[in-house]
Design a protein around this ligand. Structure first.
Ligand SMILES: [Zn+2]
Length: 151
């Protein structure tokens, strides 16, 4: 089955969710975080990526994986990537571990249990660190790990 990428309307929804998440983090931290460019050019097994390149920060989303698991990605991938950005702004990317306690604290403050880190640590170390719940589902490990990957 061919999966179509999310359409313009869904992209707008993801944009808005990202902005909302960022504003919420700003309120919780008592500071404003600048808007961050969002693109939908990610492919492969990662649903999202926070990137700093040549001093420019952006969040990239995978329009195909978002199409496949739209609600899960809105609920998890968006805060996940926003939390990377916020952690970068608060501490500096190289001063903390990617899914360390600082990132986890931001996730919790956004009302999301940082289970991605748990799954990442257990199953998807390295390059695939951002491919979390969707990959778990594709691999059929939902049953075995039901309690951990249900949101
Ligand atoms: Zn991450």
């Amino acid at each position: 089955m061919i999966i179509e990428p999310i359409d313009a309307g869904q992209q707008r929804a993801v944009h808005l969710a990202t902005e909302r998440c960022l504003r919420r983090a700003g309120e919780l931290c008592g500071r404003d975080f600048a808007s961050i460019p969002v693109t939908f050019d990610l492919t492969g097994r990662s649903a999202g990526m926070y990137r700093v390149r040549h001093g420019r920060r952006s969040i990239r989303y995978n329009p195909y994986l978002f199409a496949k698991y739209f609600e899960d990605n809105l609920a998890v991938t968006v805060p996940h990537e926003v939390a990377h950005y916020v952690t970068d702004m608060l501490y500096g990317l190289h001063r903390v571990r990617p899914h360390g306690m600082e990132w986890q604290a931001v996730m919790r403050s956004l009302g999301v249990e940082p289970r991605a880190a748990l799954l990442t640590t257990k199953f998807f170390a390295g390059d695939a660190e951002h491919a979390v719940i969707w990959v778990a589902r594709d691999l059929g490990i939902r049953g075995a790990l039901g309690a951990e990957i249900r949101f």
